[in-house]
Ligand binder design. Structure first.
Ligand code: SF4
Ligand code: ZN
Length: 312
């Protein structure tokens, strides 16, 4: 005999949330998920009603759940979806088609930046550079810059990304263990804009476990990609997330507790660190800690490698 949902008490429970001592039916689970996204936005004052909010969507389950839940939690918000086509054969076309479907279903405007068309390079071209063994690092820098630029051009006050609870705690924990304090601080739920006209960066899924993003997508029939990136290697962060998932079986509140303790620590660590000094990148004009920003350096590098190949 299935047990009833702890909220509505009528439908059969399908989702067990031990950390919240809840057992929910699909409909109450979706309401719970959306309400938590709404509360997280309010808790960290991520944006205000009427603000234009850009949402970076990759075609994956996390960013898909994010856009869908933001639409439901803030029906009056001025949302705009952003997607970067990374020029990875087969995979990128698949991701873009999912992003187009999702934005179309939600009636949200979608803007796409196509790396190959705009810059003449794809992420795979970094294999010809010193980033050969760490494509994800180059890809992360490129995507960050592209989304910040798109958000600014769209006039967005905030740029939302789909980092979930497991991502956050996994990355925070490894930065904490290795003492990478500057990177640790960069994981704040809200990063203020680096310059006038830029968007703040926000993480409304910071309290949503990864598994629940997937469940929300399945219950709400949100399209998400079925292909994996061919360059993904199951990075260290994934291993850490796996460990945390296993530890959470024994201690259901572990990830939530770690997140809360880390959030308490952040302002203390931030106050103890020297404030980074920013000037303007000589090439793109974005705030940069050096003469030329990391994005422009990487794009010049990959273009140089392609030019050298065609000169051979
Ligand atoms: Fe980019 Fe790595 Fe993600 Fe592929 S797996 S999209 S290379 S960050
Ligand atoms: Zn630059």
């Amino acid at each position: 005999m299935p047990r009833p949902c702890s909220k509505c008490r009528s439908a059969a429970a399908e989702v067990e949330l031990p950390y919240a001592k809840l057992r929910l039916c699909p409909s109450c689970f979706s309401d719970f998920f959306v309400a938590r996204v709404g509360r997280t936005v309010e808790e960290f004052r991520m944006f205000r009603e009427g603000d234009r909010v850009a949402v970076a969507i990759s075609g994956g389950k996390d960013s898909g759940a994010l856009l869908h839940a933001l639409r439901r939690a803030f029906p009056g918000a001025d949302l705009i979806a952003l997607h970067a086509n990374l020029g990875i054969p087969e995979y990128s076309a698949h991701c873009q088609s999912i992003a187009e479907r999702l934005a179309g279903e939600l009636g949200v405007e979608l803007r796409v930046f196509d790396l190959k068309r705009e810059l003449g390079v794809g992420i795979g071209d970094f294999q010809r550079t010193q980033f050969k063994g760490k494509l994800c690092s180059a890809c992360g820098t490129v995507k960050r810059h592209i989304f910040e630029d798109m958000a600014m051009r769209a006039g967005a006050k905030a740029l939302a990304t789909g980092h979930n609870l497991d991502d956050m705690v996994g990355i925070m924990l490894s930065n904490f263990l290795f003492g990478y304090w500057d990177q640790f601080i960069r994981l704040k739920p809200v990063l203020p804009p680096l310059a006038d006209g830029m968007a703040s960066r926000i993480k409304p899924l910071i309290r949503s476990p990864e598994r629940e993003d997937l469940l929300y997508c399945l219950y709400e029939r949100i399209p998400f990609k079925e292909l994996g990136c061919p360059f993904s290697k199951g990075a260290k962060v994934r291993r850490m997330a796996g460990l945390l998932e296993a530890a959470s079986e024994a201690s259901p509140q572990l990830r939530h507790q770690l997140l809360n303790r880390f959030l308490e620590l952040m302002p203390l660590i931030e106050a103890s660190r020297p404030k980074p000094e920013f000037s303007k990148c000589r090439v793109c004009g974005f705030p940069s800690q050096g003469d030329i920003c990391a994005y422009c350096k990487r794009i010049a590098l990959v273009k140089g490698a392609l030019d050298a190949r065609s000169a051979d």
